[in-house]
Write a protein that binds this ligand. Structure first.
Ligand SMILES: [Zn+2]
Length: 157
């Protein structure tokens, strides 16, 4: 993996990683909460608890989520994603005309999916293009893949 050349770049990477770690922590907590469900805190009947008695409810004031006083961060788009997939309209949505030969493709907007593979942060950028149908004038925009729902997100929705 290539690390940023500048301290500023490193700080930016650290910030991005912190956001990813926070997201993962939330995800782990949610999954733990789901695993801890038993007859006392879910719809399951007591017979499904087995021999292990459910733990007493956590003391009041038990902390969840981020450390208090810690400001949440919003994922920011990166300028140089690791991978770019260009999405282009292929068929006019209005008249079904093939749009293969279009030369007026315009980059409409982008969405980035932040993923943390074993060794490094991988940012996949989807670039959505639009163009006008030469046949009927309808403005067509390619679809983002389902699950790519925001300008920036980590992992699939
Ligand atoms: Zn058309």
């Amino acid at each position: 993996m290539k690390l940023p050349d500048t301290i500023e770049g490193c700080h930016e990477l650290i910030k991005q990683l912190l956001v990813v770690v926070e997201g993962l922590q939330r995800e782990v907590q949610d999954l733990k909460d789901r695993l801890n469900k038993n007859s006392r805190n879910s719809h399951r009947p007591p017979s499904t608890d087995g021999l292990r008695k459910p733990a007493l409810p956590a003391k009041k004031g038990g902390k969840r989520g981020g450390q208090s006083g810690h400001k949440g961060k919003t994922l920011k788009m990166v300028a140089h994603p690791d991978e770019v997939i260009k999405l282009k309209p292929t068929v006019c949505a209005a008249c079904q005309q093939q749009l293969g030969g279009q030369t007026d493709l315009v980059l409409e907007n982008k969405r980035q999916v932040f993923e943390l593979p074993p060794t490094r942060l991988h940012v996949l950028e989807y670039q959505r293009y639009g163009c006008t149908c030469g046949h009927c004038g309808h403005v067509n925009k390619a679809d983002f893949p389902s699950g790519v729902a925001a300008p920036v997100q980590y992992g699939p929705a």
